[in-house]
Design a protein around this ligand. Structure first.
Ligand code: FES
Length: 105
C-alpha cells in the first residue's frame, strides 16, 4: 500500500535544464534541480548559513552555495566541499504527466 503523500510542486518545464529554482511547497522553501534532465529536491536553505541555494550554481550533481561556496550533492544532500559539514534534507521526487511531485515527509 502506498502511504506516501505526493505533493504537486510545479511543472517539469519550470525547472530549466542544468539549473536550480527555489519554490515554496506546502510552506517549505525547496530547491529543485534539473541535473541532466533528472529532477532532484532538497531544502533550499544552506546548512552553513542563511543562504538560498537556488541563487547558487549547479554543476553536474553539485550545488554550490552562493555565500561561501560550500557544495552539496543534490542527489543525497550530502556535503561535498567545505565549509559545509551538515547534510541538506533531500526529498523523493516523482514525475507524473509532466508534473514534479515531492514526498516531503
Ligand atoms: Fe552556504 Fe556558508 S552559507 S556555505
Amino acid at each position: 500500500m502506498d502511504t506516501i503523500e505526493w505533493i504537486d510542486a510545479t511543472a517539469m518545464g519550470d525547472v530549466p535544464a542544468d539549473d536550480v529554482i527555489g519554490i515554496l511547497v506546502a510552506g517549505r522553501d525547496i530547491a529543485l534541480y534539473n541535473a541532466g534532465g533528472e529532477i532532484f529536491a532538497t531544502d533550499n536553505i544552506c546548512t552553513h548559513g542563511h543562504a538560498r541555494l537556488c541563487e547558487g550554481f549547479l554543476e553536474g550533481h553539485e550545488i554550490e552555495c552562493p555565500l561561501h561556496q560550500g557544495r552539496f550533492d543534490v542527489r543525497s544532500g550530502q556535503p561535498s566541499c567545505a565549509p559545509v559539514t551538515e547534510a541538506l534534507r533531500s526529498y523523493p521526487v516523482r514525475i507524473e504527466g509532466g508534473r514534479v511531485l515531492l514526498a516531503l515527509d
